[in-house]
Ligand binder design. Structure first.
Ligand code: ADP
Length: 492
């Protein structure tokens, strides 16, 4: 099949979270299965033009009141032959961020920025004389692509092109004032007809969910949770309506980048047969962060965006969160890496001063993220909701047992510890409260000091589980076939 991924992020060029990892890994896995898969993303300012090839000639994109004159650059995903196209348009992408200059300051013209990208997807295919069977789009930024396929491009050379929309995180829907709507070049009738309308504003994801031939989310449990009022972010009704076309396909991980036997960021390598390198990583992690060097103390790692979704209130909330109590009362160490909400960054700095057994770093640091995954014994991930989650899978692969809230992809990937048999791969709790988190960290600590043979057993099981993309990619292929059949009946 010919597949075009249209996305706001793709590793290693642009990434703000798991979406960037998923798009790249899925594209590579599909290509290994023999599909002709290509990616389109914007050329943000931080992607150096000099490292890219320029496609000859400009490309006009008709949107808003004019034809925007853009340029397209080309490269390939590293270690693959998957082409990546970069849409170059200084006015919209010549900035330092993907969605905004910081997490709480998104660009006010994001509807225009991503509408241009969505419209450009069609122009690019025309320019390349390459009409895909599938346009696979990701989250709200590219949700206009399925809408265009259903409206402006219904009877064009894209008449046999089907759309698949993957929801990586329902919490972000692209809601904007309706004043932006005319820019999309759609009839005002489509404001209601295509499902944009949301409390008298535009909801891009809602329109994408309404229009796409097939929908997916990134884990089976999350695909069920988003159909409930408590996790549906006001779109549960629409998702229930589309539930026949909605599937949950678990993300894989990039097993080349995240492999403890070859990981280029690690000071020592290890495998399930010989964990001595993991002990070296633990010592280096302790030294790096200024924790006392001690192989015997259980070390808990955290790598996260510091946003409410990740359970930061339950971990760090002043006078509320569990971690200060854990550090004060238990013989453990904590290694934290994150960036995001300012109050939480401040709290992590304060806790690093207050406790000798708690050390945090603020910022985005790929190397330290790998070192924390490898050097820790346990990984804490109490997400309020988790569409899939990558970090717990990295942890499992690195023999670092996750402590998680039983939700979404965490529920699908971690098996709870049974202290009678030593079965399981991690420690789970059902209610997201500081007390439950505290007790579950206590439970893991108890197992560490009293059931080391269970820890060894769990590590073995965790490290030998298959999280490669091959399985997911073949599930996506089946979904593409379904979408194609639906498109056929849609256009008649
Ligand atoms: P989400 O996409 O919701 O942030 P995931 O667990 O799916 O959560 O993916 C997070 C990705 O971002 C992982 O690859 C993780 O290692 C990385 N990450 C998050 N915060 C940081 C950070 N501060 N430094 C380095 N990597 C980070």
């Amino acid at each position: 099949m010919k597949i075009l991924m249209v996305s706001s992020e793709a590793m290693p060029f642009a990434k703000s979270g798991g979406l960037g990892d998923a798009v790249t890994s899925l594209a590579k896995a599909l290509s290994r299965l023999g599909h002709d898969v290509r990616i389109l993303i914007p050329r943000y300012y931080f992607i150096d033009r000099k490292s890219l090839e320029s496609l000859e000639g400009g490309m006009g994109v008709p949107i808003g009141t004019e034809e925007h004159w853009t340029a397209v650059y080309e490269s390939v995903l590293p270690k693959s032959d998957v082409p990546v196209y970069f849409l170059d348009y200084e006015k919209y992408y010549g900035r330092s961020g993907v969605y905004g200059d910081s997490a709480d300051q998104e660009y006010l013209d994001n509807p225009e920025r991503f509408a241009l990208l969505s419209r450009a997807a069609f122009q690019l295919c025309r320019k390349l004389r390459w009409i895909p069977d599938i346009m696979h789009v990701h989250d709200w930024p590219t949700s206009l692509v399925p809408v265009y396929l259903k409206t402006l491009e219904k009877k064009t050379e894209f008449r046999e092109t089907a759309s698949v929309l993957t929801i990586h995180n329902l919490g972000y829907q692209g809601v904007y004032p309706k004043e932006h709507f005319p820019f999309f070049r759609l009839d005002w009738g489509e404001f209601f007809g295509s499902g944009f309308e949301f409390h008298d504003a535009i909801n891009l994801l809602k329109a994408g969910i309404t229009a796409a031939n097939c929908l997916s989310t990134v884990s089976p449990t999350y695909s069920r949770e988003i159909q409930t009022p408590s996790q549906g972010f006001s779109l549960d009704g629409l998702l229930r309506h589309r539930s026949r076309d909605l599937v949950g396909i678990l993300n894989g991980i990039d097993t080349e980048v995240w492999n403890p036997e070859t990981d280029e960021y690690l000071p020592a390598h290890y495998s399930v047969d010989d964990l001595s390198g993991k002990a070296v990583c633990k010592l280096v992690l302790q030294e790096t962060l200024g924790l006392p060097s001690d192989p015997t103390v259980p070390l808990f790692g955290i790598v996260t965006r510091l946003t409410d979704q990740k359970g930061i209130a339950e971990m760090f909330g002043p006078g509320y969160g569990a971690l200060p109590q854990v550090c004060a009362n238990m013989d453990v160490q904590m290694a934290v890496l994150g960036s995001g909400d300012k109050w939480c960054e401040d709290e992590i700095r304060a806790l690093s001063q207050r406790f000798a057994n708690f050390k945090g770093r603020i910022g985005y640091d790929e190397r330290l993220a790998h070192l924390i995954e490898a050097g820790s014994d346990f990984f804490i991930m109490p997400s309020r909701y988790e569409p899939c989650g990558l970090n717990q899978m990295y942890s499992l692969r690195y023999g670092t047992l996750p402590v998680v809230h039983r939700t979404g992809g965490l529920a699908d990937t971690v098996e709870n510890y049974c202290q009678d048999t030593g079965e399981g791969t991690g420690f789970m709790f059902d209610d997201l409260t500081p007390k439950a988190l505290y007790n579950t960290i206590g439970w893991a600590t108890w197992a560490w000091y009293n059931r080391q043979e269970h820890i060894d057993l769990m590590r073995f099981k965790a490290m030998t589980r298959d999280f490669s993309w091959e399985k997911s990619a073949s599930e996506y292929t089946a979904l593409y076939s379904r979408a194609l059949a639906m498109r056929k009946s849609e256009v008649g």
